[in-house]
Write a protein that binds this ligand. Sequence first.
Ligand SMILES: C[S@@+](CC[C@H](N)C(=O)[O-])C[C@H]1O[C@@H](n2cnc3c(N)ncnc32)[C@H](O)[C@@H]1O
Length: 203
Amino acid sequence: MDQKSDGLQVEREINVCIAAKDWKKVIDFGQEAPFEERVKFLWVWPLQEDLERIRICFERLAISRVLSIGCGTGLLEWLISRATGIHIAGVEKDENWWRSKHATTTYIPMQFAEALNDAHQGQQQRWHALMFCYFNDGCAFREYVQNFNGCYVIVIGPRDGKGIHTDPMPFHVNFPAEQRWDWVCQFRIGNENRNHVVIYQRQ
Ligand SMILES: C[S@@+](CC[C@H](N)C(=O)[O-])C[C@H]1O[C@@H](n2cnc3c(N)ncnc32)[C@H](O)[C@@H]1O
């Protein structure tokens, strides 16, 4: 099998689990697949106990509606949503690509950055939290946060010293200048000792 059909096979297997709403099997699959293969689908593959920790934190902070910016396929969001019962939608850029035949399957309701306008930004108060996983554009990050009325921002990404850079990094977040956010919850995610979840609260 060449690399492309390998990838299609993996995607098919994930889709079968998703159609059966079997999130535990998707997680097992992520743990078993070789790193180079699974990272094509998700930068952060959570363990079951990570999802339970997320559930407990969200419950404590009364977070039940999350908008994930730069969600990619939305697979992490689908897993969180299935395991915790909270509602998560995603935002991506480049709608033409995501709607094209080259795009990988997406797993959550998606909106597109190009179509976001004042009306949409008005709706952002519906979301309790914005989530950024392996996001890579600090300016866009600040713009999203600036237009957000809710109380929580969740940053998921690599810990310091792992040779990977995202913007924001979980523990080095450059928020809009006039706003103050402090972290209220943080924990490791995945089995690679590489990634962290940090939840920030507006002060
Ligand atoms: C490194 S990928 C991470 C994807 C996914 N969150 C994950 O963890 O697997 C960063 C994603 O952010 C998206 N992105 C970058 N700038 C964006 C913007 N201004 N608005 C929405 N999405 C953006 C990219 O298209 C890309 O899919």
